[in-house]
Design a binder for this molecule. Structure first.
Ligand code: XIL
Length: 301
């Protein structure tokens, strides 16, 4: 096949990208989006600060623009993210204890209910574990409401939208290390106790300080063996030319070697769309031309 989405579909997978609502009026951007991708993740528009800027008042206009564009063009939607320590509205940042816990549950319930039936997978909880060697939870206002906040969020999401796949999503969990071991133990515990979890997302933001791990495929496989799907959710790889292309190829081949790795999402379309302040981590250059990384990705699919 000649596009990322069609090639991924040959093995039953999707190929997605993060999308920003304010770029849906950019013809070059939309042209590539509609041609190449079969899944979209709203880059910021479904986050807590965007959807509930005032407590109890929900705003979905920008997220709806993305969801409607996706549905009109045959793409599915990955919801991102219901509960996260970052990009919280100011009112939530100022809450703690039972008030924050109930605000979080209400947020998960309201947003997942609003989008019920329209979401392929939800990142229910994002980035809840600490970096480094401790394997601890990340300290956050949500964590301080009690260690059970993650399972409470998953149960609320399942009740609100029984058809969406419910995922845990994080970074620096792409290889086997203390952080991914801690996520693994949580997923194992959730499966044992019947906490609803269907998938684990591996963000996969790679650069020279955080390269594609040698045991990337093995790490995806050990999570899949717990009985969850795995997905590459925010892929970008710093670099250029053949070195970058080789790394993209490695990531794609790792996913395809794991039968429960059901899809890959890149975190933006053109290098100029990247959240990274500088660099060229994506598959298309600033003019929308295919880079060697694109060709390597397509060839590996
Ligand atoms: C980033 C967006 O790309 C930026 O536009 C925003 O300013 C900050 O958030 N991990 C995540 C994503 O889960 O939500 C982040 O997205 C990138 C890191």
């Amino acid at each position: 096949a000649t596009t990322l989405g069609a090639s991924a579909a040959q093995t039953g997978r999707y190929f997605g990208t993060a999308v920003a609502a304010n770029k849906l009026s950019d013809a070059t951007y939309v042209g590539i989006l509609n041609r190449e991708f079969t899944m979209v993740t709203p880059e910021n528009e479904m986050k807590w600060d965007a959807t509930e800027p005032t407590q109890g008042q929900f705003t979905y206009a920008n997220a709806d623009r993305i969801v409607n564009h996706a549905r009109a063009n045959g793409m599915r939607v990955r919801g991102h993210a219901l509960a996260w320590h970052s990009q919280q509205p100011g009112w939530a940042q100022n809450l703690s204890g039972p008030a924050l816990r109930s605000a979080m549950v209400n947020h998960v319930t309201q947003v997942a209910t609003y989008y019920r039936g329209k979401i392929h997978s939800w990142d229910v909880v994002n980035e809840a574990f600490a970096d480094g060697g401790t394997g601890a939870r990340r300290d956050s206002n949500l964590q301080r409401t009690g260690n059970d906040w993650i399972e409470v969020a998953f149960r609320a999401a399942r009740a609100a939208d029984p058809t969406a796949k419910l995922c845990y999503n994080d970074y620096n969990t792409d290889g086997q290390n203390a952080k991914s071991n801690a996520v693994y133990a949580m997923v194992q515990d959730f499966k044992a106790r019947g906490v609803p979890i269907d998938c684990v997302g591996f963000q996969s933001h790679f650069n020279s300080a955080s390269p594609v791990p040698a045991d990337y495929q093995a790490n995806l496989q050990r999570f899949a063996n717990l009985g969850v799907d795995v997905q590459i959710t925010e892929l970008d790889i710093e670099g250029s030319g053949s070195a970058q292309a080789d790394n993209y190829g490695r990531v794609v081949r790792a996913c395809l070697a794991v039968s429960r790795c059901t899809g890959i999402t890149v975190w933006g379309i053109r290098d100029t769309d990247s959240w990274r302040a500088s660099g060229t981590p994506l598959l298309f250059d600033g003019s929308g031309n295919k880079k060697p990384a694109y060709t390597a990705t397509l060839d590996a699919l």
